[in-house]
Design a protein around this ligand. Structure first.
Ligand SMILES: Nc1ncnc2c1ncn2[C@@H]1O[C@H](COP(=O)(O)OP(=O)(O)OP(=O)(O)O)[C@@H](O)[C@H]1O
Ligand SMILES: [Mg+2]
Length: 252
């Protein structure tokens, strides 16, 4: 992040500490198919948390439940200590929880600028912050800065991921949920992307929960991690501890 980027971040950081996210004994699934069983996870504003697990473990399902896209059968999700139950995805987004779903989700026939503008449409304090937020996003992802008028569909996978994250940031989130942000990226770009996510956390002072398949890289930029297996949390701890634990690989 450049000096001007840091100044922009200062202007975007709320005076009060960003809220933490508490997932409390959540059970959820699809109709009769229960996927998550009694899942609890805490993510503070001062943390980057990794959520790891094999394919089909329920990682995306958990993020969907937190974002209100999927109904929770049992348990609760607290954001800043307030229950989000029954609020619906639009109200949860308004409260500041932003989900960047798996598979990017940019609008390919809209320009990069128009995609970013869509994010600003759900911002909490629209006018004053929009320009500063845009400057912050373009400073974070300089590759987008000179291409604002180009269709998002013409970008590389990594650049589309930047647009997806940038669009979420335009809504001035107070907590960021990222579902496999590095999918499809070359190893060197995976590192860069996760470093950029770490710097979003540091500069904006907001909590981040990342679902990742790149376990090493995710742990490298995280403070703590949880491992989900068959819909249950089977391991949690400081990222450094998990990185040093040879038994961790048996969980995937
Ligand atoms: N829309 C859906 N309807 C019914 N079942 C679903 C739906 N989406 C996911 N599932 C099922 O829920 C389980 C968990 O899926 P989920 O997508 O949460 O896993 P995941 O950990 O994100 O996997 P991946 O690493 O492959 O993204 C799987 O058994 C999957 O088949
Ligand atoms: Mg998934």
């Amino acid at each position: 992040m450049t000096q001007s980027g840091t100044r922009q971040a200062d202007a975007l950081t709320d005076a009060v500490e960003a809220p933490s996210l508490d997932i409390v004994s959540v059970t959820a699934g699809y109709g009769a198919h229960t996927v998550l069983r009694d899942v609890s996870l805490r993510a503070g504003a001062s943390e980057v948390i990794s959520l790891l697990g094999h394919n089909g473990a329920g990682k995306s399902t958990l993020l969907r439940a937190v974002a209100g896209v999927l109904e929770i059968e049992k348990g609760d999700v607290l954001f800043g200590g307030q229950s989000q139950l029954g609020m619906g995805s639009a109200a949860i987004a308004q409260s500041g929880v932003a989900l960047v779903p798996q598979g990017r989700g940019v609008f390919p026939t809209l320009s990069i600028g128009e995609n970013l503008q869509l994010g600003a449409g759900v911002a909490r304090n629209v006018t004053d912050r929009t320009r500063v937020t845009l400057d912050f996003v373009l400073d974070l992802f300089p590759a987008l800065a000179h291409r604002l008028h180009e269709d998002a569909g013409t970008l590389s996978g990594g650049q589309q991921q930047m647009v997806a994250i940038g669009t979420a940031l335009m809504a001035s989130p107070r907590f960021l949920l990222l579902d496999e942000p590095s999918t499809g990226l070359a190893p060197v770009l995976v590192q860069t992307m996760l470093d950029q996510i770490r710097s979003v956390h540091q500069e904006l002072g907001i909590g981040v929960l990342i679902v990742e398949q790149n376990i090493h890289e995710a742990l490298r930029v995280s403070d703590r991690a949880y491992v989900l297996r068959l819909g249950e949390i089977v391991r949690e701890g400081p990222a450094a501890t998990l990185l040093d634990d040879p038994d961790i690989w048996g969980l995937f």
